[in-house]
Design a protein around this ligand. Structure first.
Ligand SMILES: C[S@@+](CC[C@H](N)C(=O)[O-])C[C@H]1O[C@@H](n2cnc3c(N)ncnc32)[C@H](O)[C@@H]1O
Ligand code: SF4
Length: 390
């Protein structure tokens, strides 16, 4: 019998591989990604990845591998093949349940999808975002709706049976009808998993600057809320399980990698700016590609910062991360795993959230209610607050 995600909580180590290159820098995106014309940088990136993996990966078969970005599908075919060759040199990809690669429609081809598949990728996550040309332009996306549909078809032809599609709602000016037509067009592609993110205005992005200058305004909160609720209703009717606030499992089941992360499992991140978390120690790599590559190729650690979390902080993070999952979190199990009195520590916060109607409690397990789902960031954040952690 297959074990449930909750049973596996905290066991094993996952691997995240960050490919920091993009065709364009989207105006809303604060991920560590760069437009780099000089393709020799890609070769140096692959050399450095090889060196960092040799130094950092000593954990046998990972629970899951996620090759993300940035835009991994931007690598030219020979370099994409080399990426998987490098990974395969250090990690037994065949022994791993889930190997995901992120892909963008403008750069994915059937040949590249076939290379990723042959190299060991078992799951492809394609960033579609929206099917409306004016919203794609607003987001600075480098592809059309038709290209996105073609990319999904190409991935299928290359043999991917586990395909996820990323969409975004809450785009300024987006109407309820536009969003529901995006959902319908995505469902018509018969994805195995869907991620539907509410657009956020991240500090440091072009979109955030436009907001501050008054050149763009976010939609009314009610519009975002209605789109969020419409998403849940439509995807439930289509047979998708909302296992996390923004993530919906179809035939492909949940994303094992993200579930491992939300369940506070250990992970090693390689590549510029990648974060790792092992037994309460969190490190973050140098962000700049050159500085990161210099360190990796010199056989040095690539981490720019390290932080040791004390057990109660880890418990608070476990609640903050895990409460996003539909199953909620078992405070007793978190306490037992981290050897801290989590149930007692969070009693006052849970009681306050119960009174507000944001959280439902059954024994030591708490879950977000429908009202709480709409305030998930705030509710989860309350467990990190100094007063809650003690
Ligand atoms: C960082 S991207 C990497 C994958 C790929 N490059 C792409 O653009 O699809 C992963 C996903 O994060 C989501 N995302 C990035 N920035 C976001 C933001 N500010 N608000 C909401 N979702 C965001 C997008 O849906 C995107 O597909
Ligand atoms: S959203 Fe994706 S394609 Fe756009 S800049 Fe961020 S990582 Fe690159």
């Amino acid at each position: 019998m297959q074990s449930s995600a909750a049973d596996r909580a905290g066991t094993g180590t996952s691997l995240y591989v960050h490919v920091p290159f993009c065709v364009v820098k989207c105006g809303y995106c604060d991920f560590n990604s760069y437009v780099v014309e000089d393709r020799s940088v890609h070769d140096r990136f692959l050399d450095a990845l090889d060196a960092e993996l040799r130094r950092e990966w000593h954990f046998g078969a990972p629970v899951s591998v996620f090759v993300g970005g940035g835009t991994p599908s931007l690598l030219e075919p020979a370099r994409l093949a080399r990426l998987f060759e490098v990974l395969g040199r250090h990690v037994d990809l065949a022994a791993c349940d889930e190997v995901t690669m992120e892909a963008n429609p403008e750069s994915l081809t059937e040949a590249k999808a076939a290379i990723a598949r042959a190299g060991g990728a078992s799951r492809l996550s394609i960033g579609v975002q929206t099917f409306h040309a004016h919203h794609l332009r607003f987001l600075d996306r480098a592809h059309s709706a038709e290209r996105a549909e073609a990319a999904v078809a190409e991935a299928r032809r290359a043999g991917f049976t586990n395909l996820s599609v990323d969409l975004m709602f809450g785009i300024p000016g987006e109407t309820a009808n536009e969003w529901s037509s995006d959902l319908e067009r995505a469902l018509a592609l018969q994805p195995d998993h869907l991620s539907c993110y509410n657009l956020t205005f991240e500090p440091g992005t072009r979109l955030h600057r436009d907001l501050q200058r008054g050149q763009v305004s976010p939609n009314e909160q009610e519009v975002d809320r209605d789109q969020f609720l419409a998403t849940r209703a439509r995807l439930a009717a289509a047979g998708f399980h909302a296992y996390e606030i923004s993530n919906f499992a179809g035939r492909g089941g949940p994303c094992r990698h993200n579930d491992h992360y939300w369940l506070q499992g250990d992970y090693v991140g390689v590549g510029p700016g990648a974060a790792s978390h092992r037994a309460g120690v969190r490190t973050t790599n140098l962000k700049a590609v050159e500085a990161w590559a210099d360190a990796a190729l010199a056989g040095q650690p690539c981490a720019a910062s390290a932080e040791t979390l004390w057990p109660m902080q880890r418990a608070a993070e476990a609640v903050w991360l895990g409460i996003r999952r539909t199953d909620g979190v078992d405070l007793g199990a978190i306490g037992a795993r981290l050897a801290v009195p989590a149930v007692q520590q969070f009693t006052a916060t849970v009681a306050r959230h119960e009174r507000a109607g944001w959280v439902a409690r059954a024994g030591d397990r708490i879950r977000l209610t429908d009202a709480g789902l709409l305030l998930a960031d705030r509710v989860g954040g309350d467990y990190l607050a100094p007063g809650a952690v003690g």
